[in-house]
Unconditional design. Structure first.
Length: 245
């Protein structure tokens, strides 16, 4: 049979258990409320794009020849480079924008039927001549006319004209700002139907730039830098997290 002390112990145990449950409930509610406060953010991706016209271009011409010895090979490269420089200057290119690169050479060996011998038969020689100009249309026309140099016994390989944008760094800074504004506008649109408002920017991460032909829809995780098109579209993206209040 229980005595008074036993009842006191039981009652005390019940009170302690009830207190523990109550405190756990209060703590749990506090954690939930704290998490709600901590999670009141929204992450959006903003974007901006702008069409631009290339204002700078480069053209690379590679001279090649096969000669019996290096001396004649180097002489051939010097002669052909001078012919190309004269051609470029006559077509309105400033001589100071023409770069003539060193000669590359490697030997080729005489063959005995299907086998190559150890006897050097001659040398393959080559040289790059590169030119840059702000007159992009002129350089494009020159690339079409350069084929006429074969009539002067100049063997050349032409790379496509590379079209560039000289103020690209300034343009990127401007477009990052526009993409960030777009991100905020999207965030505000997303919470427009609630009682919340967009607060301060919590974090921002710039995405890759896509420089593509105007009508292209191509994108890449690593970014694209198109140099084949005169008319381009520059696309900027920014991932932004805003506080919600």
């Amino acid at each position: 049979m229980y005595n008074i002390k036993d009842y006191q112990v039981v009652i005390l145990g019940l009170l302690i258990a009830a207190g523990a449950i109550l405190s756990t409930t209060i703590l749990s509610n506090a954690v939930v409320e704290f998490q709600k406060l901590q999670n009141q953010t929204i992450r959006v991706t903003g974007s901006a794009s702008q069409n631009v016209t290339s204002d700078f271009a480069t053209l690379a011409l590679r001279i090649t020849a096969r000669t019996p010895d290096l001396k004649s090979g180097y002489a051939k490269m010097e002669n052909d480079a001078n012919i190309i420089k004269d051609f470029l200057v006559k077509n309105g290119i400033d001589a100071s924008t023409i770069d003539v690169y060193p000669v590359d050479s490697y030997e080729y060996y005489r063959r005995n039927g299907a086998y190559s011998s150890n006897e050097i038969e001659g040398y393959n020689v080559s040289r790059w001549v590169k030119v840059s100009s702000k007159d992009v249309k002129k350089l494009a026309q020159i690339s079409k006319d350069a084929g006429s140099l074969v009539n002067q016994n100049v063997n050349i390989n032409l790379n496509n004209v590379e079209y560039l944008v000289s103020n690209l760094d300034d343009l990127k800074v401007k477009m990052v700002g526009e993409a960030t504004k777009n991100a905020k506008a999207r965030a505000e649109s997303m919470v427009a139907g609630t009682n919340s408002k967009i607060g301060t920017m919590n974090s921002a991460r710039m995405g890759v730039f896509q420089i593509v032909p105007v009508n292209s829809t191509e994108v890449s995780d690593y970014g694209i830098n198109d140099t084949s098109s005169l008319e381009k579209k520059v696309i900027s993206t920014v991932n932004v997290t805003f506080n919600v209040k």
